[in-house]
Design a protein around this ligand. Structure first.
Ligand code: HEC
Ligand code: HEC
Ligand code: HEC
Ligand code: HEC
Length: 316
């Protein structure tokens, strides 16, 4: 979208037909029963490949070998929240509701103006230029629903979970921002609670009375869900696919970023990755293949260089 580059607008990629905007990361549309303008939401997918194809690299053929297992975004978005705009990484609702001695709201900000604490919202954390986290992803997710039970003994839930693994032909390694935080839940029914948040004193709203039990009782009643009367807090992860902020090609990930012991894919298991995993004989084979490929490239490039040199010579 760089104004000095292609100067794309959102709809250069998100091609729009009759109010149907293409490109949504989630298989289910957010509005369901209470849908507004559109009777149905086709949500056509959009991909880098729509314009670039699956083999966009002309110089390094080896990179094209990766595109069936590694998403374009993984190599081409080395970090997000670049260019000086912070992104929120952490939101802990359990610390909300604290006021100063005079009963006034406490508001703390860091030197850049990012909110670190607010009596209404709890603690927050921010970051700049963040390295994504990686996971196998086939374009679908499953969601933790209001009626789903939190399994016993679990200290953290996934609000949404990625589908796909190495064996899944549709899945590729994709970059994510993981939004972390703490959510209110019902420790007896073991469900997340839906608190009634914004409202006046006397309505049970959290921002009116700062009482999680009351806010959850109203919210859960409205949602038609059971509530035990108890509220506690649980940590949560939420996966946000990273697909914007493609960096200039020179900043794409280097081979070592992945093919090394402590590289970016160190925690992704279930498949063999040369340079990371210790199967020396297989490693040697893979690097031999790589060596041959590079040799091929060099020879190819060299021949092209020679022949283009000749052509130039012939023309002058
Ligand atoms: C270079 C192409 C490109 C441009 C330009 C672009 N997008 Fe996207 N956008 C994508 C792709 C690819 C996806 C992922 C779609 C998918 O996975 O189905 C996406 C996804 C999205 C999503 C869904 C995010 C989510 O988490 O579900 C939103 C919203 C969005 N874009 C808004 C915008 C807006 C607003 C602009 C302009 C400021 C914009 N996009 C410009 C390529 C682009
Ligand atoms: C394994 C990492 C990796 C993957 C996966 C990958 N790329 Fe690249 N890409 C690179 C690197 C590194 C460069 C820079 C190479 C160069 O220009 O010398 C590059 C260059 C490019 C260029 C500039 C053209 C060129 O040949 O110089 C485009 C366009 C591009 N990639 C698009 C894509 C798209 C679209 C996908 C997904 C289909 C993709 N890339 C997948 C690493 C990757
Ligand atoms: C609407 C078509 C379109 C879509 C969708 C699109 N691109 Fe591009 N992209 C282009 C064009 C045109 C260029 C400039 C010509 C070229 O280098 O191929 C470009 C250039 C690039 C470059 C080279 C940038 C440089 O430094 O020279 C990369 C890398 C790239 N795109 C990656 C991506 C990735 C990753 C996605 C998906 C998130 C994507 N593109 C989606 C049209 C598109
Ligand atoms: C984003 C991480 C990532 C980057 C960057 C990356 N690779 Fe890979 N590479 C992988 C993964 C994942 C596989 C395993 C794919 C499979 O098993 O199908 C792989 C497989 C390979 C293989 C063995 C399979 C084959 O296709 O021959 C070689 C060789 C290889 N990469 C070389 C490179 C080189 C050279 C670079 C830099 C130009 C590079 N890779 C950059 C992730 C990466």
């Amino acid at each position: 979208m760089d104004v000095k580059g292609l100067n794309y607008s959102c709809t250069s990629c998100h091609v729009t037909k009759a109010h149907q905007i293409s490109g949504r990361c989630y298989s289910q549309p957010a509005p369901n029963k209470h849908q507004l303008a559109l009777p149905k939401d086709d949500g056509e997918r959009l991909a880098c490949e729509s314009c670039h194809s699956r083999s966009p690299h002309k110089k390094a053929e080896l990179l094209n070998h990766h595109t069936d297992k590694v998403a374009c975004q993984t190599c081409h978005i080395p970090s997000y929240a670049r260019g000086g705009v912070f992104t929120k990484m952490w939101w802990d609702w359990s610390t909300a509701g604290k006021f100063d001695e005079t009963g006034k709201a406490i508001v703390k900000k860091d030197e850049y103006g990012n909110l670190l604490f607010h009596s209404k919202k709890g603690d927050m954390g921010w970051a700049l230029d963040v390295e994504p986290e990686y996971g196998w992803y086939n374009g679908s997710m499953s969601y933790f629903r209001a009626s789903d039970k939190i399994p016993q003994g679990i200290e953290k839930i996934e609000i949404n979970s990625l589908k796909g693994d190495y064996e899944d032909p549709k899945a590729r390694i994709f970059p994510f921002k993981i939004m972390r935080g703490k959510q209110p839940y019902d420790p007896e029914n073991r469900t997340l609670v839906i608190p009634y948040l914004a409202g006046k004193k006397g309505t049970g709203a959290y921002w009116g009375e700062y009482d999680w039990q009351k806010a959850a009782a109203v919210g859960m009643r409205e949602a038609g869900l059971p509530f035990s009367g108890k509220v506690d807090f649980i940590e949560s992860d939420m996966y946000w696919p990273i697909t914007h902020m493609v960096a200039p090609k020179e900043q794409a990930l280097s081979c070592e970023a992945c093919h090394s012991r402590n590289g970016r894919l160190a925690n992704l298991d279930g498949f063999y990755l040369p340079g990371r995993d210790r199967w020396p004989w297989l490693d040697r084979l893979a690097w031999m293949a790589l060596g041959l490929t590079l040799l091929g490239l060099l020879l190819h490039g060299g021949l092209r260089f020679i022949s283009s040199g000749r052509k130039k010579g012939g023309q002058s």
